[in-house]
Design a protein around this ligand. Structure first.
Ligand SMILES: Nc1ncnc2c1ncn2[C@@H]1O[C@H](COP(=O)(O)OP(=O)(O)OP(=O)(O)O)[C@@H](O)[C@H]1O
Ligand SMILES: [Mg+2]
Length: 498
């Protein structure tokens, strides 16, 4: 690989970025050649998103020099960077929730073409072309906030594709996508490369990283610790560079579930979404629900927590019926739900970590209307320690945390509420490889305390490491009910795909 920086599209030299008290990047050199696919790897909080924010002009570097397209950029902001051809798909997508799909996709393009008047025809046209390019069907007129998270992610990708980019940066573009969309994205990346467009790809799914990129750069604690052709790495060596240690494979779950039924779901049905969903959850059981995008798994999860109202069917906890379609009733029955889309749905970003964890705990910690803040802070920080949240202290705003650490705060909030039934949608989405095992450990531990846990996931090793039983969904129905101990990853993959 040539490292002729004269022709590099991006050339960063000795970049340091300091936030109050935190060195997010420490003297990092980083280059990207035209048409090159580079992967940025590193644990949560290692500085990946910070590097991207500097290239895209969202944050200024504290020290160092930046060249884009051969020109030194002493002043950089998102507009200058976009005009130079840098497009970013941010970790939280940064879409306009109350605008339509078409408007979101074409917005940047129309701006860059200096359109002074909003053209509805052009808007739809640009959006349609971008969607066609990746071959997905999304209603152009749907409001983005009403879309499932995977579709939001696809809209963010289309928006980047719609403009004349020379570099597309994808910060965890596949967290919400399943196998099929990931494959499609990989072929798009290949196509972009052939057209001379460079790609920077950030992901915690290491196998996928090695597949799409030709060069890998590894950050640890803000420093570049390894760099080289992707073919020189495998998931194990990549993990080693990221963490500085070998991470053992997760042993499969060995705790047995109780015999007592905790939650009973009967014939839950919603037109065009899911039908005849029937299962029991035992005390201390971890039950997996898996299926491809569109299989209905997230709708079922939401229905269990009252966020989706089923047309028919019943839910009971400890033999007592729980009114459906009513999240408050679900909460009262001590059902907890951790959404998949935690970065946009689950957190108050400008509020402190403590406040975010404490929301919803106010019942157990108030003393005649006064909050016992000392107690709350103590409990919150216990969970933050268990989940290894990297933060200076509990009073820091959540938006100053890295994406993966924000995910952990959302988890901590629900875990601290001590639910009886806990529904985890994508429990380790966006969390780095070293910490996944910690979260799986916590899930198994909670189960031994008698909590019934439902894990919605399409991460097969994760399901096998945590679940006693796995339900497979397709087209809104449960098609398999498998024993978590005896099923193999290949078998599960086969059932999902067929
Ligand atoms: N606005 C901010 N104020 C203070 N600290 C910040 C701010 N933004 C980021 N940081 C800190 O900078 C460090 C690097 O964060 P960054 O978001 O770059 O991590 P990352 O590698 O993208 O992690 P992840 O995989 O979790 O997304 C973290 O310690 C984070 O807390
Ligand atoms: Mg990040």
């Amino acid at each position: 690989m040539s490292s002729d920086c004269g022709s590099a599209f991006i050339d960063l030299r000795a970049i340091t970025k300091r936030y109050a008290g935190v060195t997010a990047l420490d003297c990092v050199d980083f280059t990207v050649q035209p048409g090159e696919a580079v992967c940025l790897a590193g644990e949560n909080g290692s500085g990946k998103s910070t590097l991207i924010k500097i290239i895209s002009g969202v944050e200024p570097a504290t020290e160092g020099t930046i060249h884009i397209a051969g020109e030194e950029r002493t002043v950089l902001n998102p507009r200058i960077s976009a005009a130079a051809g840098v497009m970013v798909i941010f970790q939280d997508f940064s879409l306009f929730p109350n605008l339509s799909v078409a408007e979101n996709i074409s917005f940047a393009t129309q701006l860059s073409q200096h359109e002074r008047f909003y053209k509805s025809g052009a808007t739809r046209d640009i959006a349609r072309k971008a969607l066609d390019r990746i071959g997905v069907e999304i209603d152009l007129d749907a409001r983005v906030e009403a879309l499932p998270v995977a579709q939001k992610q696809l809209v963010a990708i289309c928006r980047a594709l719609a403009s004349q980019a020379r570099l597309i940066i994808m910060d965890e573009p596949t967290t919400a996508l399943t196998e099929k969309e990931v494959r499609r994205l990989q072929s798009i990346i290949r196509m972009l490369k052939d057209e001379g467009v460079a790609v920077i790809f950030v992901s915690h799914k290491l196998a996928e990283v090695l597949e799409v990129s030709e060069r890998v750069v590894v950050l640890r604690n803000g420093k570049k610790v390894a760099e080289g052709p992707a073919k020189d790495f495998d998931t194990q060596s990549l993990t080693y560079h990221m963490t500085g240690r070998d991470v053992p494979e997760v042993p499969p779950s060995d705790v047995t579930a109780g015999a007592e039924t905790l939650m009973q779901v009967k014939r839950l049905t919603k037109a065009d979404s899911f039908s005849d969903i029937t299962f029991d959850l035992k005390v201390g059981e971890v039950l997996g629900i898996t299926g491809l995008l569109g299989s209905g798994r997230t709708s079922v999860a939401k229905a269990l927590f009252g966020l989706v109202a089923p047309d028919e069917g019943t839910i009971a906890v400890d033999g007592k019926p729980v009114p459906t379609g009513d999240p408050q009733a679900a909460s009262q029955a001590r059902i907890g739900y951790v959404p998949e889309d935690r970065l946009t749905e689950g957190l108050f970003l400008s509020q402190s970590i403590l406040h975010n964890v404490a929301v919803g705990r106010l019942d157990t910690h108030s003393n005649r209307g006064l909050l016992d803040m000392g107690n709350l802070a103590g409990e919150a920080s216990e969970w933050l320690t268990k989940l290894k949240v990297k933060a200076p202290d509990v009073h820091a705003p959540v938006q100053s945390l890295s994406g993966g650490n924000q995910q952990r705060v959302a988890l901590a909030r629900w875990l601290s509420r001590a639910p009886r039934v806990l529904i985890l949608n994508g429990p380790s989405v966006g969390v780095d490889v070293g910490s996944k095992a910690d979260i799986h450990d916590i899930i198994r531990n909670l189960a031994t305390q008698g909590i019934g846990i439902i894990v919605i996931s399409d991460d097969l090793p994760e399901l096998l490491a945590t679940c006693h039983r796995i339900l497979v969904m397709r087209d809104g129905k449960i098609i398999d009910n498998l024993d978590g101990k005896s099923v193999t990853e290949d078998d599960l993959a086969h059932r999902l795909a067929s």
